[in-house]
Design a protein around this ligand. Structure first.
Ligand code: ZN
Length: 499
């Protein structure tokens, strides 16, 4: 077989996997948006069959042999070589685990999820604790089958953000604590901002009317994407020209649907703007969590909460809600939109306090896998850390340790990427501002020009390069958390008149 013939076989295999991925993604979107609940048993059973087929195609030993042949062929270079390496790396993680162990782990994940849900509803950590213990032990076993130079928790971190280790996260989170804990304390002690006028009744029908204006401003075009509603907003992209974003309307929290839409369309733009020749391949599907989150948060926080953004959009908002925003000027509105206050629930946290929620989860995960922290009494350890870093304490496990689903299905190492995303975006913004007049573009409804900068410097590469490489290419420097911490310090010092 010639190199070309082998490469054709490889790309045919990639396309076959992509067909299954597409079917499963569409069924997933349907399940979370429009599908009637009672039909779920029928659908889930068939989805499991498709997932099983996909697993067999992905792990086909003949394809492993083909990849090996291609990688030893010097004529295979550039994108082809990189793509084969990425598939090989990912598939070796699955293949290293004996099949019965893999099935048993999936079973445990389902049981653990069920136990977590019940425990959360009852607000009783003791109902979940045995499962948490089991899933940690099971993960230790699953990872023990892999061959890696990294230690266990570093491998987990690397799975969600390739290249990141405890050593690097420690440097980052130590800086976050050092600079944000005292700043949050000062903000808490300062005169508080009135947010009551954005926490009152805004009829959903009118919110939807305003959303059309917002989607137009975001240049989110119906020719390549659409939006509908769901319980937990998410974005799913099939290819360059088929992007689905979702949102959720809350009658007394009008900014929730708007900000989550700006966030989700940020993910959507990423998927839309990866080079089209990467559609249906790992280059598009494998973008790391931190990089993806950096783009959605850049849109939500750095653009969507800024003054120039609302100089363009506030007049229309006032027109749709004249009663609710009567006598409220732009600056007053912006202060409310950016107000910060330590709270218990991560997903409802503001931009300033959010990274501390992540620090807490990171330190607990790290301790659990290093053996310095036990699952017994973890609810109390959790509460103590909230008190230490944020000055608040949960009155129930539901608002404390049981709030997130991640640990229930064994996703350890995922949380840190959320904080990393926000920090990446600060550095990207800094570089972008050297090239284009972001504020002017926002004021004059040229959001598309900003998105185009992201395309040219970040999006088009997909995960052809890792976060480290893209950071260098887009900003000319290694990742430096000081951009992020400077931004937060500057913004909140001004907002709360701390100087
Ligand atoms: Zn996101």
């Amino acid at each position: 077989m010639t190199t070309q013939e082998n490469l054709k076989l490889f790309h045919d295999w990639v396309k076959r996997m992509s067909a299954y991925h597409m079917a499963l993604a569409l069924l997933g979107i349907d399940k979370q948006t429009l599908a009637p609940v009672d039909g779920s048993e029928f659908r889930d059973e068939r989805m499991a069959i498709l997932a099983g087929e996909l697993f067999s195609i992905t792990t086909d030993p003949r394809m492993a042999e083909l990849r090996k042949t291609l990688l030893s062929d010097e004529a295979v270079t550039g994108d082809d070589r990189k793509m084969i390496e990425l598939y090989d790396h990912d598939i070796s993680k699955i293949l290293s685990v004996p099949k019965d162990e893999y099935v048993a782990f999936n079973q445990l994940q389902n049981e653990s999820y069920g136990a977590w849900l019940k425990a959360k509803n009852a607000s009783d950590y003791s109902m979940f604790e045995p499962y948490l213990k089991r899933i940690i032990e099971a993960q230790k076993k699953m990872y023990s089958y892999r061959s890696s130079d990294l230690d266990l928790y570093d491998q987990m971190l690397d799975d969600f953000e390739p290249g990141m280790t405890r050593e690097k996260y420690d440097v980052f989170f130590d800086k976050v604590k050092e600079r944000l804990v005292p700043l949050i304390r000062r903000v808490t002690e300062a005169e508080q901002i009135d947010t009551s006028f954005i926490e009152t009744e805004y009829p959903v029908e009118l919110q939807k009317k305003y959303m059309e204006h917002m989607l137009a401003y975001l240049h989110f075009d119906k020719s390549w994407g659409y939006q509908n509603e769901t319980e937990h907003p998410f974005t799913s992209g099939l290819c360059e020209n088929d992007i689905r974003v979702t949102t959720k309307y809350l009658p007394d929290r009008p900014m929730s649907a708007l900000l989550s839409t700006i966030h989700e369309t940020g993910h959507g733009y990423y998927m839309h703007q990866v080079a089209p020749e990467y559609d249906g391949t790992i280059f598009n599907e494998g973008v790391s969590s931190g990089m993806h989150e950096s783009q959605s948060r850049l849109c939500e926080n750095y653009l969507g909460r800024s003054k120039p953004f609302w100089e363009a959009n506030y007049p229309a908002l006032k027109e749709v809600f004249p009663e609710q925003l009567k006598d409220i000027g732009l600056d007053q509105f912006l202060a409310a939109l950016n107000a910060a206050q330590p709270s218990l629930i991560r997903t409802e946290a503001d931009e300033l306090t959010y990274p501390l929620h992540i620090v807490i989860r990171y330190e607990l995960e790290r301790g659990l896998f290093e053996g310095t922290i036990s699952t017994e009494g973890l609810d109390k350890t959790w509460d103590d850390m909230y008190e230490k870093y944020l000055g608040v304490r949960a009155s129930s496990a539901k608002e404390g340790i049981l709030q997130d689903v991640h640990w229930a299905d064994g996703s350890f190492g995922y949380f840190p990427t959320y904080a990393l995303g926000s920090a990446f975006s600060a550095q990207f913004m800094h570089a972008m501002r050297k090239d284009i007049d972001v504020d002017d573009l926002l004021r004059n409804s040229h959001y598309d020009v900003i998105m185009n900068w992201l395309k040219e410097h970040i999006h088009k590469y997909g995960c052809r390069y890792n976060a480290d490489e893209i950071m260098h290419m887009a900003t000319g420097e290694a990742f430096d958390p000081n951009y992020y911490l400077d931004y937060l310090e500057d913004k909140y010092t001004k907002l709360y008149h701390l100087d």
